[in-house]
Ligand binder design. Structure first.
Ligand SMILES: *Cc1c(COP(=O)(O)O)cnc(C)c1O
Length: 374
């Protein structure tokens, strides 16, 4: 069976984990964590990046930093992972789901303004498949209405919008280094800060509400409890694993992009015959081959398609069930305007196997199996 995902391993991971063990410093914020933070800061050109225990936790941190309270509203797509929504629900916010664009599956920037009320506090764009949302327009809307923007860039590491790395454009950006993402540490993430507005508070919230970070830098002579907080620091063992991958980021990225390009090239004739639709990447976006999906006619054909691939030894899976159609989604939010594309497009999308170092044979077999279906 060709797997849907295989976590990336580039070879240097065990060596760095051994170094972390020998350094006798395996809790958070050691040398490897600092190296990962610095790599992200340089690559994304942000003031600060802080490694966290997950993208879920980065989003939770962002919601605390924005002081989201009971009764506040947050705008997001319904076609996303539960964590995008949970982070704000945990603080008492009401969700306003906005329809997606059928071409990129990202939030439709043209529909955001009509979802804004005097209770709206933030917009949370999700960069699906590592293809950037229309950020210029989203940032302009946020500026005009005095709203904050938190990018769910879980899938967007090493992907760009108009030359800016995803996650570096809004007030805060959230990355995931889960094993299903392009770069991994098992479970983990990062929060990015475009400027220093939220950095000091972020360091406090991430360190159990204490000013321990300042203490270690010698800025205060003892550390104490100064704010509410939690523990969002990953272990050095995980950071060591991740750093080995960040050092090889271009190799991982080039390899994934090559697989993506082969899929696209080989499946293009099916698109030209009107049998499937392939991903669309706007000119201003440089994607990272996080995902390769095809769109079938409808849900019934998708089920047949997925079963056909599975029967022939190729894993193939669908993706998000729109949050507004779930029981929790109904309780915590509502759809703004009409659901024209969210349900329809999500029901016909199927994801193909895609991971670092997928073999040419497996790629060819996947393509061949798809061609046989049609
Ligand atoms: C993977 C993912 C998350 C959650 O990431 P974790 O690191 O597993 O918490 C959140 N949002 C999106 C869009 C994701 O793809």
């Amino acid at each position: 069976m060709i797997k849907f995902n295989v976590p990336p391993v580039v070879g240097g991971e065990l060596n760095y984990i051994e170094q972390a063990v020998k350094s006798q410093k395996i809790c958070g914020d050691g040398e490897f964590t600092k190296k990962c933070n610095k790599w992200i800061e340089e690559k994304a050109d942000v003031t600060k990046a802080l490694l966290t225990t997950s993208c879920t936790h980065s989003l939770e941190m962002a919601a605390i930093l924005l002081d989201i309270k009971e009764g506040d509203e947050v705008i997001l797509p319904s076609y996303t992972f539960v964590s995008t929504a949970n982070a704000f629900v945990l603080r008492g916010a009401k969700l306003k789901f906005v329809d997606i664009r059928p071409d990129t599956m990202n939030i439709n920037e043209k529909l955001i303004e009509e979802a804004i009320t005097d209770k709206t506090k933030a917009i949370v764009p999700v960069h699906y498949a590592g293809v950037g949302c229309e950020m210029d327009e989203i940032m302009a809307i946020a500026d005009a209405h005095n709203l904050r923007v938190v990018e769910d860039a879980a899938q967007g590491v090493n992907a760009f919008y108009k030359g800016k790395m995803l996650g570096s454009i809004g007030d805060m950006g959230c990355y995931s280094f889960h094993e299903t993402k392009n770069y991994s540490m098992g479970e983990g993430g990062a929060t990015l800060f475009r400027d220093d507005t939220f950095v000091e508070n972020a360091e406090i919230i991430r360190e159990k509400g204490t000013d321990r970070s300042k203490f270690f830098r010698g800025q205060v002579d003892k550390y104490s409890w100064v704010e509410m907080g939690s523990s969002y620091l990953p272990s050095e063992l995980n950071a060591a694993y991740l750093y080995a991958q960040l050092e090889k980021a271009d190799e991982i990225n080039d390899n994934r992009l090559a697989t993506w390009a082969t899929y696209f090239q080989e499946l293009k004739p099916l698109q030209e015959q009107g049998l499937i639709e392939l991903p669309y990447v706007p000119d201003e976006c440089k994607h990272n081959a996080h995902m390769f999906y095809v769109k079938l006619k409808d849900m019934a054909q998708r089920t047949e398609f997925i079963n056909h691939l599975k029967d022939n030894g190729v894993s193939c899976v669908f993706h998000y069930v729109p949050l507004h159609s779930s029981s929790a989604g109904k309780r915590f939010g509502e759809f703004s305007g009409k659901d024209v594309y969210t349900t329809r497009e999500s029901e016909r999308l199927a994801r193909l196997p895609m991971y670092y170092s997928m073999t040419e044979d497996d790629i060819a077999k996947t393509i061949d199996t798809i061609k046989k279906f049609f």
